[in-house]
Design a protein around this ligand. Structure first.
Ligand code: SF4
Ligand code: SF4
Length: 257
């Protein structure tokens, strides 16, 4: 027996809009985009929504379901409470149409992070890394760029400090590079001054919504903050650098094991 639900879907564009209600049937096993596509097919042919893989891997269908940022395709209808369902676009980014928003600011932030900078290949043509170093950065590389963490981060969402903080997604991209034992770039000054590490106050909201269960705060942002403190505020570390020189983490090619 199909379930009957009322979907309150935000409709509008950059100029404004409001929720419109659609009564629709919901079949067993449906996820939120299935229902929205049914609404689009039968009641609102011009409803705009973004989706692609429907397997939780492309990061396209990020939206706010019952007020909570979520991947719509990973939100099963039977996981939601009984009754009406509210669906709206991500709040942190400008609306284009209905459930589709403009996330291009994120791509601009990405461009500010210098790419991986390894040393020249050793004579034998092989880089070497410890497995634990591989594992540490691998976690961050699971990111599917759904931008749910960016949407929920209060620095961007409530305080609108896109001018000062690149957000959790790009803090973990910076972490994946800074923690890479072969990366030669000195990233700490930019992490502090350009990416705004000090703006994160470790609420962990980003970690809670990440569909890839990346330890954004504990494994990425907090270690970066510690590196900033070591560089700029630890008097002993500053004294040691003055005595023995060197501003940058030493990143020599690890010896063969
Ligand atoms: S832990 Fe930091 S980056 Fe994550 S949501 Fe909170 S303030 Fe934003
Ligand atoms: S870190 Fe997680 S929540 Fe943030 S963009 Fe990547 S996959 Fe999405």
């Amino acid at each position: 027996m199909p379930d009957k639900r009322t979907f309150h879907v935000w409709r509008g564009n950059a100029e404004g809009g409001d929720f419109e209600s659609y009564d629709t049937e919901v079949d067993e096993g449906m996820v939120v985009p299935d229902v929205l596509l049914r609404v689009q097919a039968h009641q609102a042919g011009d409803l705009a929504l973004r989706w692609n893989c429907k397997a939780g891997k492309c990061g396209s269908c990020s939206m706010e379901v019952n007020g909570k940022p979520a991947l719509a395709c990973m939100t099963r209808m039977n996981s939601l409470p009984e009754g009406d369902v509210t669906v709206q676009p991500l709040k942190t980014f400008p609306i284009m149409k209905d459930l589709v928003c403009d996330v291009s600011w994120n791509y601009e932030m990405n461009k500010r992070i210098p790419p991986f900078s390894p040393p020249p290949l050793p004579e034998d043509g092989r880089y070497r890394m410890m497995q634990e170093d591989v594992d540490r950065v691998q976690e961050f590389r699971k990111c599917i760029e759904c931008f749910l963490c960016q949407d929920v981060c209060h620095v961007l969402r409530e305080h609108a400090r896109k001018d000062k903080f690149v957000g959790p997604r790009f803090m973990i991209r910076a972490a994946s590079l800074d923690m890479h034992p072969l990366d030669q770039e000195d990233r700490i000054p930019a992490i502090k001054d350009e990416y705004g590490s000090g703006f994160c106050n470790i609420t962990r909201c980003c970690t809670e919504v990440c569909p890839e269960h990346i330890g954004i705060t504990d494994n990425g942002i907090i270690p970066l903050k510690e590196r900033v403190v070591d560089r700029y505020y630890d008097p002993l570390a500053i004294l040691m650098r003055k005595l023995f020189g060197g501003k940058k983490k030493a990143k020599d090619q690890p010896s063969a094991k």
